[in-house]
Write a protein that binds this ligand. Structure first.
Ligand SMILES: Cc1cc2nc3c(=O)[nH]c(=O)nc-3n(C[C@H](O)[C@H](O)[C@H](O)COP(=O)(O)OP(=O)(O)OC[C@H]3O[C@@H](n4cnc5c(N)ncnc54)[C@H](O)[C@@H]3O)c2cc1C
Length: 469
Protein backbone atom coordinates (compact mmCIF):
# COMPACT_ATOMS: atom_id res chain seq x y z
CA UNK A 1 0.00 0.00 0.00
CA UNK A 2 1.26 3.50 -0.70
CA UNK A 3 0.27 6.74 0.99
CA UNK A 4 0.53 9.96 -0.97
CA UNK A 5 2.36 12.89 0.47
CA UNK A 6 0.37 16.09 1.04
CA UNK A 7 3.02 18.09 -0.75
CA UNK A 8 2.65 17.06 -4.39
CA UNK A 9 5.58 17.87 -6.58
CA UNK A 10 8.09 17.83 -3.75
CA UNK A 11 7.80 14.27 -2.53
CA UNK A 12 7.38 10.73 -3.78
CA UNK A 13 4.65 8.51 -2.30
CA UNK A 14 5.84 6.38 0.56
CA UNK A 15 6.15 2.73 -0.39
CA UNK A 16 5.06 1.12 2.86
CA UNK A 17 5.75 -2.40 1.68
CA UNK A 18 9.33 -1.54 0.83
CA UNK A 19 9.74 0.29 4.13
CA UNK A 20 8.36 -2.66 6.10
CA UNK A 21 10.73 -4.99 4.32
CA UNK A 22 13.69 -2.92 5.53
CA UNK A 23 12.60 -2.46 9.14
CA UNK A 24 13.10 -4.94 12.00
CA UNK A 25 10.95 -2.85 14.31
CA UNK A 26 7.33 -1.86 13.67
CA UNK A 27 5.90 0.31 10.94
CA UNK A 28 2.52 1.71 11.97
CA UNK A 29 0.45 3.11 9.13
CA UNK A 30 -2.99 4.78 8.86
CA UNK A 31 -4.78 1.45 8.45
CA UNK A 32 -3.35 -0.04 11.62
CA UNK A 33 -5.55 -0.30 14.72
CA UNK A 34 -3.14 1.53 16.96
CA UNK A 35 -2.34 4.30 14.45
CA UNK A 36 -4.34 6.91 16.37
CA UNK A 37 -2.63 6.03 19.64
CA UNK A 38 0.78 5.90 18.02
CA UNK A 39 0.48 9.32 16.39
CA UNK A 40 -0.41 11.06 19.66
CA UNK A 41 2.13 13.30 21.32
CA UNK A 42 2.05 14.69 24.82
CA UNK A 43 0.43 18.07 24.18
CA UNK A 44 -3.19 18.32 23.14
CA UNK A 45 -4.13 20.29 20.02
CA UNK A 46 -1.40 18.64 17.93
CA UNK A 47 -3.29 16.39 15.54
CA UNK A 48 -1.07 15.35 12.65
CA UNK A 49 -1.29 12.32 10.37
CA UNK A 50 2.08 10.83 9.52
CA UNK A 51 2.32 8.51 6.52
CA UNK A 52 4.08 6.10 8.87
CA UNK A 53 5.33 5.88 12.41
CA UNK A 54 8.37 3.67 12.56
CA UNK A 55 9.21 2.18 15.96
CA UNK A 56 12.85 1.56 15.23
CA UNK A 57 14.61 -1.33 16.92
CA UNK A 58 18.24 -0.43 16.29
CA UNK A 59 20.78 1.56 14.34
CA UNK A 60 20.02 -0.23 11.05
CA UNK A 61 16.35 0.76 11.35
CA UNK A 62 17.30 4.34 12.09
CA UNK A 63 19.47 4.39 9.02
CA UNK A 64 16.70 2.87 6.88
CA UNK A 65 14.16 5.47 8.01
CA UNK A 66 16.58 8.32 7.34
CA UNK A 67 17.32 6.97 3.87
CA UNK A 68 13.64 6.41 3.11
CA UNK A 69 12.69 9.94 4.17
CA UNK A 70 15.56 11.42 2.22
CA UNK A 71 14.87 9.44 -0.94
CA UNK A 72 11.11 10.12 -0.88
CA UNK A 73 11.63 13.77 0.10
CA UNK A 74 9.33 13.23 3.07
CA UNK A 75 9.36 15.29 6.22
CA UNK A 76 11.12 13.42 9.03
CA UNK A 77 10.09 13.78 12.67
CA UNK A 78 12.29 12.31 15.41
CA UNK A 79 10.54 11.25 18.60
CA UNK A 80 11.95 10.23 21.94
CA UNK A 81 9.49 11.10 24.73
CA UNK A 82 7.08 13.10 22.54
CA UNK A 83 7.05 16.23 24.75
CA UNK A 84 7.92 18.86 22.15
CA UNK A 85 5.53 21.78 22.72
CA UNK A 86 5.88 22.74 19.07
CA UNK A 87 4.84 19.29 17.93
CA UNK A 88 8.18 18.55 16.31
CA UNK A 89 7.96 14.86 17.04
CA UNK A 90 5.10 14.34 14.62
CA UNK A 91 4.39 15.35 11.02
CA UNK A 92 1.53 15.75 8.58
CA UNK A 93 2.24 13.26 5.80
CA UNK A 94 5.87 12.55 6.68
CA UNK A 95 7.59 9.80 8.65
CA UNK A 96 7.94 9.65 12.42
CA UNK A 97 11.12 7.95 13.58
CA UNK A 98 9.92 6.81 16.99
CA UNK A 99 12.69 5.72 19.36
CA UNK A 100 10.42 4.51 22.17
CA UNK A 101 11.38 0.85 21.60
CA UNK A 102 15.07 1.80 21.80
CA UNK A 103 15.04 2.49 25.50
CA UNK A 104 17.72 0.32 27.03
CA UNK A 105 19.51 1.70 30.07
CA UNK A 106 22.83 0.05 30.80
CA UNK A 107 24.39 1.16 34.08
CA UNK A 108 28.05 0.49 34.79
CA UNK A 109 28.13 0.99 38.55
CA UNK A 110 31.88 0.44 38.78
CA UNK A 111 32.77 3.30 36.46
CA UNK A 112 29.67 5.33 37.42
CA UNK A 113 28.63 5.70 33.81
CA UNK A 114 25.58 4.69 31.78
CA UNK A 115 24.85 4.02 28.14
CA UNK A 116 21.25 4.95 27.47
CA UNK A 117 19.36 4.47 24.21
CA UNK A 118 17.77 7.56 22.69
CA UNK A 119 14.17 6.57 23.40
CA UNK A 120 14.49 6.04 27.17
CA UNK A 121 12.68 8.33 29.57
CA UNK A 122 14.19 10.36 32.40
CA UNK A 123 12.30 8.19 34.88
CA UNK A 124 13.67 4.94 33.45
CA UNK A 125 17.23 6.22 33.80
CA UNK A 126 16.59 7.52 37.33
CA UNK A 127 15.15 4.16 38.36
CA UNK A 128 17.99 2.13 36.87
CA UNK A 129 20.73 4.39 38.28
CA UNK A 130 18.95 4.65 41.63
CA UNK A 131 19.34 0.90 42.16
CA UNK A 132 23.07 1.62 42.53
CA UNK A 133 22.59 4.83 44.57
CA UNK A 134 23.61 6.75 41.46
CA UNK A 135 21.85 9.47 39.50
CA UNK A 136 21.97 11.90 36.63
CA UNK A 137 19.90 15.07 36.53
CA UNK A 138 17.32 15.50 33.81
CA UNK A 139 14.28 17.75 34.35
CA UNK A 140 11.22 17.77 36.56
CA UNK A 141 9.13 15.24 34.61
CA UNK A 142 9.80 11.51 34.38
CA UNK A 143 8.11 10.94 31.02
CA UNK A 144 10.32 13.41 29.15
CA UNK A 145 12.55 11.57 26.69
CA UNK A 146 16.33 11.60 27.11
CA UNK A 147 16.60 12.37 23.37
CA UNK A 148 14.93 15.75 23.50
CA UNK A 149 16.03 16.92 26.91
CA UNK A 150 19.68 16.02 26.48
CA UNK A 151 20.15 17.52 23.03
CA UNK A 152 18.57 20.77 24.29
CA UNK A 153 20.59 21.04 27.52
CA UNK A 154 18.66 19.57 30.45
CA UNK A 155 17.76 21.89 33.32
CA UNK A 156 16.77 20.14 36.51
CA UNK A 157 16.99 19.81 40.27
CA UNK A 158 20.62 18.65 40.27
CA UNK A 159 21.84 21.48 38.04
CA UNK A 160 23.32 23.79 40.65
CA UNK A 161 25.35 20.95 42.14
CA UNK A 162 26.21 18.85 39.07
CA UNK A 163 25.44 21.01 36.03
CA UNK A 164 23.04 20.51 33.17
CA UNK A 165 22.38 17.07 31.71
CA UNK A 166 24.83 17.89 28.91
CA UNK A 167 27.54 18.68 31.46
CA UNK A 168 27.34 15.00 32.39
CA UNK A 169 27.33 13.72 28.83
CA UNK A 170 30.50 11.83 28.00
CA UNK A 171 29.74 10.63 24.48
CA UNK A 172 26.96 9.96 22.02
CA UNK A 173 26.36 7.78 19.00
CA UNK A 174 24.48 9.57 16.30
CA UNK A 175 23.20 8.67 12.85
CA UNK A 176 23.66 11.71 10.65
CA UNK A 177 21.72 12.66 7.51
CA UNK A 178 24.07 10.64 5.27
CA UNK A 179 23.14 7.48 7.21
CA UNK A 180 26.54 7.19 8.94
CA UNK A 181 26.71 6.17 12.57
CA UNK A 182 29.20 8.50 14.23
CA UNK A 183 30.62 8.73 17.70
CA UNK A 184 30.79 12.17 19.23
CA UNK A 185 32.86 12.95 22.29
CA UNK A 186 35.54 15.39 23.39
CA UNK A 187 38.08 13.82 21.00
CA UNK A 188 35.98 12.26 18.23
CA UNK A 189 33.96 14.65 16.06
CA UNK A 190 34.28 17.32 18.77
CA UNK A 191 32.32 19.82 16.67
CA UNK A 192 29.35 17.45 16.59
CA UNK A 193 29.74 16.80 20.32
CA UNK A 194 29.67 20.53 20.98
CA UNK A 195 26.59 20.96 18.76
CA UNK A 196 24.45 18.21 20.25
CA UNK A 197 24.97 19.66 23.72
CA UNK A 198 22.26 22.29 23.29
CA UNK A 199 21.74 22.43 19.54
CA UNK A 200 18.70 20.13 19.68
CA UNK A 201 17.83 17.57 17.03
CA UNK A 202 19.43 19.49 14.16
CA UNK A 203 22.39 17.19 13.62
CA UNK A 204 21.04 13.66 13.45
CA UNK A 205 19.43 10.93 15.51
CA UNK A 206 21.25 10.13 18.74
CA UNK A 207 20.85 6.39 19.20
CA UNK A 208 22.83 6.20 22.46
CA UNK A 209 24.04 8.65 25.06
CA UNK A 210 26.83 7.91 27.53
CA UNK A 211 26.38 9.77 30.81
CA UNK A 212 28.53 10.24 33.86
CA UNK A 213 26.61 9.38 37.03
CA UNK A 214 26.92 10.92 40.47
CA UNK A 215 26.59 9.28 43.88
CA UNK A 216 23.13 10.03 45.21
CA UNK A 217 21.89 7.55 47.81
CA UNK A 218 18.90 9.73 48.59
CA UNK A 219 17.41 13.18 48.68
CA UNK A 220 15.10 15.18 50.86
CA UNK A 221 12.45 16.71 48.70
CA UNK A 222 9.03 16.89 47.21
CA UNK A 223 6.25 19.43 47.23
CA UNK A 224 6.01 22.44 49.53
CA UNK A 225 2.95 24.66 49.11
CA UNK A 226 3.27 28.16 50.55
CA UNK A 227 1.09 31.24 50.52
CA UNK A 228 2.02 33.51 47.59
CA UNK A 229 2.55 37.20 48.22
CA UNK A 230 5.12 39.54 46.70
CA UNK A 231 7.17 39.06 49.88
CA UNK A 232 7.08 35.26 49.96
CA UNK A 233 7.82 34.93 46.23
CA UNK A 234 10.78 37.31 46.48
CA UNK A 235 12.12 35.58 49.58
CA UNK A 236 11.64 32.09 48.12
CA UNK A 237 13.93 32.98 45.23
CA UNK A 238 16.42 34.72 47.53
CA UNK A 239 16.61 31.62 49.72
CA UNK A 240 17.05 29.43 46.63
CA UNK A 241 19.94 31.60 45.46
CA UNK A 242 21.60 31.68 48.88
CA UNK A 243 21.17 27.94 49.55
CA UNK A 244 24.04 25.48 49.07
CA UNK A 245 24.25 24.03 45.56
CA UNK A 246 22.74 20.78 46.86
CA UNK A 247 19.35 22.49 46.71
CA UNK A 248 17.35 22.64 43.49
CA UNK A 249 14.01 24.42 43.52
CA UNK A 250 11.21 25.18 41.12
CA UNK A 251 8.73 27.80 42.28
CA UNK A 252 5.48 27.49 40.39
CA UNK A 253 3.42 30.51 41.33
CA UNK A 254 -0.05 29.37 40.31
CA UNK A 255 -3.56 28.51 41.51
CA UNK A 256 -3.48 25.64 43.97
CA UNK A 257 -4.83 22.47 42.32
CA UNK A 258 -7.65 20.69 44.16
CA UNK A 259 -5.39 18.22 45.92
CA UNK A 260 -7.13 16.10 48.53
CA UNK A 261 -4.52 16.77 51.23
CA UNK A 262 -4.86 20.56 50.86
CA UNK A 263 -7.61 22.42 52.72
CA UNK A 264 -10.31 23.18 50.12
CA UNK A 265 -10.21 26.87 50.95
CA UNK A 266 -6.86 27.05 49.13
CA UNK A 267 -8.06 25.32 45.97
CA UNK A 268 -7.81 27.85 43.15
CA UNK A 269 -5.95 30.45 45.26
CA UNK A 270 -2.58 31.58 43.92
CA UNK A 271 0.14 29.83 45.93
CA UNK A 272 3.81 28.96 45.63
CA UNK A 273 3.73 25.37 44.47
CA UNK A 274 7.35 24.69 45.36
CA UNK A 275 9.21 21.65 44.10
CA UNK A 276 12.25 21.12 46.28
CA UNK A 277 15.14 18.69 45.98
CA UNK A 278 17.97 18.56 48.49
CA UNK A 279 20.68 16.29 47.07
CA UNK A 280 22.93 16.06 50.09
CA UNK A 281 23.21 15.03 53.68
CA UNK A 282 19.72 14.80 55.18
CA UNK A 283 20.41 16.70 58.43
CA UNK A 284 21.70 19.84 56.74
CA UNK A 285 18.92 19.48 54.18
CA UNK A 286 16.33 19.77 56.93
CA UNK A 287 17.95 23.01 58.05
CA UNK A 288 17.96 24.52 54.55
CA UNK A 289 14.42 23.36 53.84
CA UNK A 290 13.28 24.67 57.23
CA UNK A 291 13.92 28.24 56.06
CA UNK A 292 11.46 27.66 53.21
CA UNK A 293 8.86 26.16 55.54
CA UNK A 294 9.20 29.33 57.64
CA UNK A 295 8.00 31.38 54.67
CA UNK A 296 4.49 30.29 55.68
CA UNK A 297 4.76 32.76 58.59
CA UNK A 298 5.86 35.55 56.26
CA UNK A 299 2.65 34.81 54.39
CA UNK A 300 0.58 35.04 57.59
CA UNK A 301 0.16 31.31 58.31
CA UNK A 302 1.44 29.10 61.09
CA UNK A 303 2.52 26.32 58.74
CA UNK A 304 2.86 25.62 55.00
CA UNK A 305 -0.38 24.98 53.12
CA UNK A 306 1.03 21.63 52.07
CA UNK A 307 4.24 19.98 53.16
CA UNK A 308 5.19 16.76 51.41
CA UNK A 309 8.95 17.11 51.87
CA UNK A 310 10.48 13.84 52.86
CA UNK A 311 13.65 11.80 52.66
CA UNK A 312 13.68 9.14 49.98
CA UNK A 313 15.14 8.09 46.65
CA UNK A 314 15.72 10.65 43.90
CA UNK A 315 12.95 8.99 41.87
CA UNK A 316 10.39 10.45 44.28
CA UNK A 317 10.93 13.75 42.45
CA UNK A 318 9.06 12.14 39.54
CA UNK A 319 5.49 11.72 40.74
CA UNK A 320 3.20 9.33 38.86
CA UNK A 321 1.84 10.69 35.59
CA UNK A 322 -1.38 10.08 33.71
CA UNK A 323 -0.51 8.88 30.18
CA UNK A 324 -3.88 10.19 28.97
CA UNK A 325 -3.07 13.75 30.04
CA UNK A 326 -2.85 15.94 26.91
CA UNK A 327 -3.25 19.55 28.03
CA UNK A 328 -3.96 22.47 25.70
CA UNK A 329 -1.32 24.91 26.84
CA UNK A 330 0.48 28.00 25.66
CA UNK A 331 3.73 29.17 27.18
CA UNK A 332 6.74 31.41 26.74
CA UNK A 333 10.18 31.21 28.27
CA UNK A 334 12.88 33.66 29.27
CA UNK A 335 15.47 34.45 31.92
CA UNK A 336 15.41 36.95 34.78
CA UNK A 337 18.37 38.60 36.48
CA UNK A 338 16.60 38.80 39.82
CA UNK A 339 13.20 38.53 41.46
CA UNK A 340 13.06 41.68 43.56
CA UNK A 341 9.97 42.90 45.38
CA UNK A 342 8.68 44.81 42.37
CA UNK A 343 9.12 41.84 40.00
CA UNK A 344 7.41 39.57 42.51
CA UNK A 345 4.56 42.07 42.86
CA UNK A 346 4.16 42.19 39.08
CA UNK A 347 4.06 38.38 38.96
CA UNK A 348 1.32 38.36 41.60
CA UNK A 349 -0.67 41.12 39.86
CA UNK A 350 -0.49 39.37 36.52
CA UNK A 351 -1.60 36.03 38.01
CA UNK A 352 -4.50 37.75 39.76
CA UNK A 353 -5.52 39.63 36.60
CA UNK A 354 -7.20 36.61 35.00
CA UNK A 355 -9.27 33.74 36.18
CA UNK A 356 -7.95 30.78 34.18
CA UNK A 357 -8.02 27.56 36.20
CA UNK A 358 -4.44 26.90 35.18
CA UNK A 359 -1.97 29.74 34.81
CA UNK A 360 1.54 29.83 36.16
CA UNK A 361 4.77 31.71 36.42
CA UNK A 362 7.52 29.18 36.98
CA UNK A 363 10.86 30.29 38.41
CA UNK A 364 13.96 28.10 38.41
CA UNK A 365 17.11 29.30 40.15
CA UNK A 366 20.22 28.47 38.13
CA UNK A 367 23.90 29.23 38.81
CA UNK A 368 26.31 26.94 40.65
CA UNK A 369 27.84 24.23 38.47
CA UNK A 370 25.81 25.38 35.45
CA UNK A 371 27.55 28.77 35.58
CA UNK A 372 31.04 27.34 36.00
CA UNK A 373 31.05 26.00 32.42
CA UNK A 374 32.27 28.60 29.90
CA UNK A 375 29.56 30.03 27.63
CA UNK A 376 31.17 28.67 24.48
CA UNK A 377 31.95 25.17 25.81
CA UNK A 378 28.58 23.81 24.66
CA UNK A 379 25.78 25.00 22.38
CA UNK A 380 23.75 25.79 25.51
CA UNK A 381 25.25 29.23 26.10
CA UNK A 382 23.14 30.82 28.85
CA UNK A 383 25.61 29.89 31.56
CA UNK A 384 25.43 33.22 33.37
CA UNK A 385 21.64 33.50 33.27
CA UNK A 386 20.37 33.63 36.84
CA UNK A 387 16.75 32.51 36.87
CA UNK A 388 14.75 30.69 34.21
CA UNK A 389 11.15 31.83 33.91
CA UNK A 390 8.30 30.07 32.14
CA UNK A 391 4.89 31.67 31.85
CA UNK A 392 2.08 29.29 30.92
CA UNK A 393 -1.68 29.04 30.73
CA UNK A 394 -4.09 26.32 29.72
CA UNK A 395 -6.82 27.19 27.23
CA UNK A 396 -10.03 25.79 25.79
CA UNK A 397 -10.83 26.49 22.14
CA UNK A 398 -9.46 29.05 19.67
CA UNK A 399 -10.87 32.25 21.20
CA UNK A 400 -9.58 31.35 24.58
CA UNK A 401 -6.22 30.43 23.05
CA UNK A 402 -5.79 33.94 21.62
CA UNK A 403 -6.62 35.48 25.00
CA UNK A 404 -4.31 33.21 26.92
CA UNK A 405 -1.47 33.71 24.46
CA UNK A 406 -1.82 37.48 24.94
CA UNK A 407 -1.81 37.08 28.72
CA UNK A 408 1.30 34.92 28.58
CA UNK A 409 3.13 37.37 26.28
CA UNK A 410 2.12 40.42 28.32
CA UNK A 411 3.14 38.74 31.56
CA UNK A 412 6.60 37.83 30.28
CA UNK A 413 7.01 41.35 28.85
CA UNK A 414 6.00 42.88 32.18
CA UNK A 415 8.81 41.13 34.06
CA UNK A 416 11.47 41.19 31.35
CA UNK A 417 14.81 42.58 32.50
CA UNK A 418 18.18 42.55 30.73
CA UNK A 419 18.46 38.89 29.64
CA UNK A 420 17.02 38.37 26.15
CA UNK A 421 17.95 34.70 25.94
CA UNK A 422 15.65 31.68 25.77
CA UNK A 423 16.24 28.03 26.67
CA UNK A 424 15.63 26.10 23.46
CA UNK A 425 13.72 23.25 25.09
CA UNK A 426 11.02 25.62 26.32
CA UNK A 427 10.71 27.61 23.08
CA UNK A 428 7.51 26.84 21.18
CA UNK A 429 6.54 27.66 17.61
CA UNK A 430 7.86 31.20 17.78
CA UNK A 431 9.88 31.87 14.63
CA UNK A 432 13.51 32.42 13.77
CA UNK A 433 14.18 35.34 16.11
CA UNK A 434 13.43 33.15 19.10
CA UNK A 435 15.65 30.34 17.80
CA UNK A 436 18.41 32.95 17.55
CA UNK A 437 17.62 34.06 21.10
CA UNK A 438 18.34 30.49 22.17
CA UNK A 439 21.82 30.71 20.64
CA UNK A 440 23.38 34.08 21.44
CA UNK A 441 26.98 35.28 21.17
CA UNK A 442 27.99 33.56 17.93
CA UNK A 443 26.50 30.19 18.95
CA UNK A 444 23.87 30.29 16.18
CA UNK A 445 26.46 30.95 13.47
CA UNK A 446 28.75 28.20 14.78
CA UNK A 447 25.82 25.75 14.83
CA UNK A 448 24.89 26.74 11.26
CA UNK A 449 28.43 25.88 10.11
CA UNK A 450 28.29 22.47 11.79
CA UNK A 451 24.82 21.93 10.35
CA UNK A 452 26.23 22.52 6.87
CA UNK A 453 28.80 19.81 7.49
CA UNK A 454 26.46 17.13 8.87
CA UNK A 455 23.06 18.00 7.37
CA UNK A 456 23.59 20.22 4.31
CA UNK A 457 20.07 19.57 2.96
CA UNK A 458 18.37 20.25 6.29
CA UNK A 459 16.76 16.81 6.50
CA UNK A 460 16.47 17.34 10.27
CA UNK A 461 14.35 20.46 10.15
CA UNK A 462 11.44 19.55 12.44
CA UNK A 463 13.07 21.12 15.48
CA UNK A 464 14.12 24.62 16.54
CA UNK A 465 15.72 24.75 13.18
CA UNK A 466 19.15 26.06 12.34
CA UNK A 467 19.40 26.05 8.56
CA UNK A 468 22.83 25.12 7.19
CA UNK A 469 25.15 28.12 6.73
C1 LIG B 1 5.76 18.55 31.14
C2 LIG B 1 7.12 18.97 30.67
C3 LIG B 1 8.12 19.20 31.59
C4 LIG B 1 9.38 19.60 31.18
N1 LIG B 1 10.36 19.82 32.12
C5 LIG B 1 11.61 20.13 31.73
C6 LIG B 1 12.64 20.34 32.67
O1 LIG B 1 12.43 20.26 33.88
N2 LIG B 1 13.88 20.63 32.22
C7 LIG B 1 14.16 20.75 30.89
O2 LIG B 1 15.31 20.98 30.56
N3 LIG B 1 13.19 20.58 29.97
C8 LIG B 1 11.94 20.29 30.35
N4 LIG B 1 10.95 20.15 29.42
C9 LIG B 1 11.24 20.42 28.02
C10 LIG B 1 11.76 19.17 27.34
O3 LIG B 1 13.12 19.01 27.67
C11 LIG B 1 11.63 19.31 25.82
O4 LIG B 1 10.29 19.45 25.47
C12 LIG B 1 12.25 18.11 25.11
O5 LIG B 1 12.46 18.40 23.76
C13 LIG B 1 11.36 16.91 25.24
O6 LIG B 1 12.05 15.77 24.87
P1 LIG B 1 11.23 14.51 24.37
O7 LIG B 1 12.24 13.55 23.89
O8 LIG B 1 10.26 14.10 25.39
O9 LIG B 1 10.41 15.15 23.18
P2 LIG B 1 10.22 14.77 21.66
O10 LIG B 1 9.02 15.56 21.26
O11 LIG B 1 10.21 13.33 21.43
O12 LIG B 1 11.50 15.37 20.98
C14 LIG B 1 11.67 16.76 20.84
C15 LIG B 1 12.73 17.02 19.81
O13 LIG B 1 13.99 16.61 20.31
C16 LIG B 1 14.77 16.06 19.26
N5 LIG B 1 15.10 14.68 19.62
C17 LIG B 1 14.40 13.83 20.39
N6 LIG B 1 15.06 12.67 20.49
C18 LIG B 1 16.20 12.80 19.80
C19 LIG B 1 17.31 11.96 19.55
N7 LIG B 1 17.38 10.72 20.05
N8 LIG B 1 18.30 12.41 18.77
C20 LIG B 1 18.27 13.65 18.26
N9 LIG B 1 17.24 14.50 18.47
C21 LIG B 1 16.24 14.09 19.23
C22 LIG B 1 13.95 16.16 18.00
O14 LIG B 1 14.29 17.34 17.31
C23 LIG B 1 12.55 16.27 18.52
O15 LIG B 1 11.71 16.98 17.66
C24 LIG B 1 9.66 19.77 29.80
C25 LIG B 1 8.64 19.57 28.87
C26 LIG B 1 7.38 19.18 29.29
C27 LIG B 1 6.30 18.99 28.28
Amino acid sequence: MTVSSPRPGTTAPLDLQALRARIDGRVIAPNDDDYDTARRVMFGGIDRHPAAIVRVSGVEDVRAVIETAREAGLELAVRSGGHSAKGDSTTEGGIVLDLSDMAEVDIDAASKTAWVEGGATALAVAEAAGKHDLAIGFGDTGSVGVGGITTGGGVGYLGRKYGLTIDNLLAAEIVTADGELRRADADTNPDLFWAIRGGGGNFGVVTRFQYKLVDLPGIVGGLLILPATAETVQRFIELSEEAPAELGTIANVMPCPPMPFVDAKWHGEVVIFGLMCWAGDAASGEETLGAFRDLARLGGLDAPIGDMLQAGPYTQMYPPEDPDYHPLACSLTGFLDRVDRSTAATIMNRLESIDAPMRAVQLRTLGGAIARVPDDATAYSHRQSEIMVNVAAFYEGDNDKTQKQAWVADTLAAIHQSDDGAYVNFVGDEGEARVRAAYPGGTYERLAQIKRRYDPDNLFRLNQNIPPA
